[in-house]
Structures are given as C-alpha cells and as structure tokens.
Design a protein around this ligand. Structure first.
Ligand SMILES: *[C@@H]1O[C@H](CO)[C@@H](O)[C@H](O)[C@H]1NC(C)=O
Ligand SMILES: *[C@@H]1O[C@H](CO)[C@@H](O)[C@H](O)[C@H]1NC(C)=O
Ligand SMILES: *[C@@H]1O[C@H](CO)[C@@H](O)[C@H](O)[C@H]1NC(C)=O
Ligand SMILES: *[C@@H]1O[C@H](CO)[C@@H](O)[C@H](O)[C@H]1NC(C)=O
Length: 575
C-alpha cells in the first residue's frame, strides 16, 4: 500500500476493505477476476453475460491486467470517498425515511440529545433475554447480563443477541449461517446490525429512526424501543384464533368467530383475563394498569390457570392465596409474584411495577401467562362456523409487516379488518407522496355510535378515489365498499400497488431521479419475484453489499438497493 494512501484510509477502513475484498475474491488469490464477478452476479440472481462482466472489470482495472488487485480496489475506494457516487450512496444508506435502515444514524443520535429511558424496562428485558437465550451457545459471550447495569446496551453492540431475539420471536426469520459470530471486525459487526435491523423491519418493527450506529453505541432509549417491539411480536404471536382455536371459548352470547377475530391481541388478553376472573367470581378489570395494582385480580387469575393435574405432563400446582389479604400493596405483590414463580412465570414485572400499574410490563406479564397456561377448552359441537378460520397467508403477512414497519397507526393486526376504515391506507398514500386531505375528506375516530360504518365507508370511497385519480392505480371494479367489507382479492390489489409504488419511489429518490426504471433491474426484480423461494440467499447480497460499498458502481448501487427492496417484498423467500 502506497504511502500517500495511508493518510487517507484509516486502519479500521483498511481492515474492512480487506474483509470485503476477501468475500469477493473466492479463490483467495489476491485479485478479483471476471469469473469471481460473474459468480457474484449469478448468486444475486442477476446473471450477466460474460462481456458485461468484462466491461465492468475494464472500467475498474488500472494496470490493464484484466483483474482487480487489492491496490486497485483501494484506489477505487479512495476516489469514491470524494465522488458524487459516494455522496449519493451515503445519502442512500443514511436515509431516515423508508426501508433503508442500513448503516444510518437516527435523528436522535445526530442531535446528540440525551434521552431518558425506563430502568424498569431495562431490568425486565434483561431478565427475559437471559432466560430466553440461556442455552444458546452463540450468546455465551454476552449472557447472562446484569439487569442492574447497562450491560444490555453493550451486549446489543455486535448484533448477535439481537438477531437471536428476532429469530426467537418469529422463528426462521434469520438463517443461522448469515450471522457473523467469530473474529468480529467493524465490518462484520455492521453486517450483523444491518441484518438485525432489516429482519426486525421484515417482521413488522418500526425501525426508521434507528440506525446500525445507534445499536453499536447502545443508545438506551432506541435499544429498549426496538427490543420491546421484538419481544411483543413474540409474545403476541399465538394470541390469535387461527393459531389457538381454544380462544373461541372467549366468545360471548350472540358473537361470531368473526367478531372475535377482529380483536387485537391486547383486547383478547383482557378478555381472557376476565373470562378467568368471572369463573373465580371476581370483578372484571378494564386494563392492565390501575385495575391490577392491588394484585388481587392476579391472585385469582393465577389460581384459575394453574395446572390442576388433569393432564399427564403437567403436575398439579396449587396456588397459595395466603398473601391475598396482606395489607401492604408491595408485600402483596411480592407474594403474588412468588406464586407466579411457581408456575415459571415470574417475568417482566417487579412488585413495584405491579403496584405502579406499569401498563407495558404488566401486559407482557399477562401475555406470558397466557402463552404458558391458556387454560381454555375449545368449544365443541356448538354452531360455530370454523370455516371462517383461515390463517394468514404469507403474502398477507408480508403486506401487514410492511405497513407496520412504516409506523402506521393503529398497528395492523388483521389485514382486512384493520383496513376497513381506510385510515391506514390513507397513511400509506402519504408515504407514496399522494396528498391526503385529512381535514375535509377524512372521518377520524372516535366514530359516532350511530352510523359508524357509514363514516368508515366514506373514508374507503375516498381511498379508492385517490387511487384512481391521483395515484393513477389500476382499480377497475374496486369500490370503497370492497375495502370496507374486507374483500381479500380486491383489498390486496390496492395494497400491492401501494407497496410497489413505494418501492419504486424509494429507488427513484436514491438514484436522484435517474435510472430507477432501469430495464435490466426491473427485469431482474421480475425474475426474482417469480422465482422467489428457490435460489436467493442472504449470503448473496451480503457479498453484493461488500462489492457495492467498495466498488461503488452506480449500476451496483441499484442492484443493492433492489436487493433490499426485494427482501422487503418477499422477505420470507429471500432470507
Ligand atoms: C432460528 O430459528 C429456527 C427455528 O426456531 C432455528 O432452527 C434456527 O437455528 C434459528 N437461527 C438462529 C440464528 O438462531
Ligand atoms: C383502568 O380502568 C379503571 C376502571 O376499571 C379506570 O378507573 C382507570 O382509570 C383505568 N386506568 C387506566 C390507566 O386507563
Ligand atoms: C370479492 O370481490 C370479487 C370481485 O367482485 C368477487 O368475485 C368475490 O366474490 C368477492 N369476495 C367476497 C368474499 O365477497
Ligand atoms: C415484468 O413482468 C411482467 C409480467 O410478467 C411483464 O409484463 C413485464 O414486461 C416484465 N418487465 C420487464 C422489464 O421484463
């Protein structure tokens, strides 16, 4: 390496460059030749004809030996550092809005302001992580963490624990082999963090304000915010009728399964708790906050759900109600938690969190109780139409996660039901730069008691109208009524166009308006989508990323960005 470079490329960068170079240089002979570049493109599902590959090499090759040496690689990098391409690339990766949570920094971190965070949450999440990942050999370097210190924030810094948590909440989100675990360098750590952020986004976490740097530095409020989203997704995964038909036991007189399916996981949990409280002859609760502060409802709930020894693999556990009449709130809470401990469910809350009525942590406590001991029996023989119970398709889940990752409000739990008033769709229009007249054209909740559906239908009509006129979508035969009814085919037709437009917009922005419609890439997207499920592997775009960052050819930038979009469109296939 020549001396004049030493001043400009830092030691860290040099190390990262070696790492990147090594990933492309398959045979490890110290230079990148056309064969290796060819492989790279093939792996990324973009097979290029040999002459195209040679063209790229020629453009980058300085001494005309038809390969790229590490020195050439370095000088290209050096040029890129000051070029326009680098700027537009940096712009791409620092983008705050949208799907590119890669390598960016958050608004918060650039402002450098101090954010307070909840020590209760830190304590609760650390204990949860310690238990959940206790036996994972890859987490031995970080666990167990001390819940009373800031070790959590340090432990998040290499991305491994975070990847593991994501995979735990939604199994098979992350392929084991894609996590860098050994001999971590700044470059491989960055890869882990990007993997974590993109995967978090793919399972529906809202991550637009978090960058890899924030995780690496362990910004407490951002780490806790992300962790809570990941933990919640895992806790709520089975609180859904299609995953747990026994939930139908919570049906009330005159209700259909459909009514129950419309409830959010939070509402179902409340319903579940009240079902057991009613059986215990105790009064109903309206929230997991003020109403559980005295622990008495919890005592009854534990007593109802504890195993009665009727099932073979669950020995009987009798809950002691001795602490129920304890005078002191904190002591009573501690007694209650000791009983929860006997069920293996002393998680998320301390006595102080119960007495304070911390809504987030108490929700998590109850969700965990439900997951371990639902104690519901699926109703038999009654006139329940089980045919209605279809699980969510992969496509539906992808759409739903995409919406949630953009931070729509309310959170979308059920694709059709939650779009029935079109408010989420209207927010998505804004994401694709279609202006929405919120003041004059949109009815907002709370809706009036009488004529609620009329108000929702008006919103739906407006959503369809915007699609036809401003967005210029193809919406032949789709009316507001179809969205309001939750007609799957027709709703998906609109949602698909929204997501596609969004993806193209992101691209156009990143390419400063050019090249977004680059034929070859669209074609590649076509192929990738239609062949999804067969060949694409995450390792391919990890390599791609390495090449992209350091070779920085504009064409490859688009390739890279598209890989990200594709990951988003069909993360199930790509990951
Ligand atoms: C992710 O989850 C799946 C299924 O639970 C498991 O087989 C796989 O090893 C996990 N991967 C990681 C990285 O933990
Ligand atoms: C919880 O519900 C009770 C009524 O059961 C109400 O008085 C209280 O304000 C609610 N607390 C919160 C935090 O919403
Ligand atoms: C949804 O709309 C399509 C087209 O109008 C129709 O064929 C289909 O029966 C509708 N589905 C439901 C469940 O109503
Ligand atoms: C993408 O696929 C669609 C449908 O198969 C086709 O009509 C379109 O021409 C393709 N676009 C490109 C650029 O190949």
């Amino acid at each position: 390496i020549s001396i004049n470079m030493a001043g400009k490329i830092s030691k860290d960068e040099l190390e990262e460059l070696r790492e990147a170079f090594g990933k492309i240089d398959l045979d490890g002979n110290g230079s990148i030749c056309d064969y290796e570049l060819h492989e790279l493109f093939k792996e990324a599902n973009l097979p290029l004809p040999g002459y195209k590959v040679r063209e790229i090499i020629q453009k980058l090759d300085r001494n005309k030996d038809n390969k790229i040496s590490f020195d050439e690689f370095l000088s290209i990098f050096q040029e890129l550092k000051s070029s326009d391409i680098a700027k537009s690339f940096r712009k791409a990766i620092n983008r705050k809005e949208g799907i590119l949570a890669i390598g960016g920094t958050s608004t918060q971190s650039s402002e450098g302001t101090q954010h307070s965070f909840s020590e209760e949450e830190r304590y609760a999440f650390v204990n949860w992580l310690n238990t959940a990942l206790e036996n994972d050999p890859d987490c031995k370097h970080a666990l167990p963490m001390d819940p009373n210190s800031d070790s959590l924030f340090k432990a998040m810094g290499d991305g491994i624990v975070l990847c593991k948590m994501i995979n735990l909440s939604v199994p098979d989100t992350i392929d084991e082999r894609t996590i860098n675990k050994k001999k971590l360098t700044p470059f491989t750590i960055q890869e882990n963090l990007n993997l974590a952020l993109n995967s978090a986004s793919a399972i529906g976490c809202h991550v637009v304000n978090i960058g890899a740097l924030d995780l690496r530095e362990g910004k407490p409020h951002l780490v806790l915010g992300l962790l809570w989203q990941i933990i919640k997704i895992g806790l709520f995964a089975d609180i859904e009728l299609s995953r747990n038909e026994a939930l139908a036991a919570l049906l009330r007189d005159g209700e259909t399964l459909e009514d129950l399916m419309k409830l959010s996981p939070e509402e179902l949990l409340l319903r579940w708790a009240n079902f057991h409280l009613e059986n215990a002859g105790w009064q109903k609760i309206n929230n997991f906050s003020s109403d559980i502060k005295d622990s008495r409802a919890y005592f009854h709930l534990l007593n109802q759900i504890s195993p009665k020894g009727t099932e073979e693999d669950q020995p009987r556990i009798d809950i002691s109600m001795a602490g129920f009449s304890e005078k002191d709130d904190l002591k009573r809470a501690e007694n209650m938690l000791q009983q929860a401990d006997r069920l293996g469910c002393r998680q998320f809350v301390t006595p102080a969190d119960v007495v304070a009525g911390n809504p987030k942590l108490n929700l998590a406590f109850v969700a965990n109780l439900f997951n371990k001991y639902p104690s519901l029996t699926k109703p038999e023989g009654e006139d329940i139409d089980w045919g209605l119970l279809e699980g969510e398709t992969r496509e539906e889940r992808t759409f739903r996660n995409w919406m949630n990752s953009l931070g729509v409000n309310p959170h979308v739990n059920h694709l059709y039901g939650d779009l029935a008033d079109a408010l989420v769709i209207l927010q998505l229009y804004e994401k694709i730069k279609v202006p929405v007249d919120w003041t004059n054209k949109v009815n907002k909740p709370p809706y009036p008691k009488i004529g609620t559906n009329m108000k929702k239908l008006e919103n739906c009509n407006y959503a369809v109208e915007l699609g036809k006129t401003t967005a210029k979508f193809s919406l032949v035969g789709i009316g507001g009524q179809d969205l309001n009814d939750g007609n799957a085919t027709l709703t998906l037709a609109l949602v698909w166009q929204l997501m596609r437009r969004y993806t193209l917009n992101v691209l156009e922005d990143l390419g400063d308006g050019q090249k977004a419609n680059d034929d070859i890439i669209v074609k590649w997207v076509n192929t990738t989508l239609s062949e999804a499920g067969k060949t694409t592997k995450i390792s391919s775009f990890k390599v791609c990323k390495a090449l992209l960052i350091y070779l920085g050819c504009l064409f490859l930038i688009h390739l890279f960005i598209f890989v990200r979009c594709i990951q988003h469109l069909s993360y199930n296939y790509v990951l």
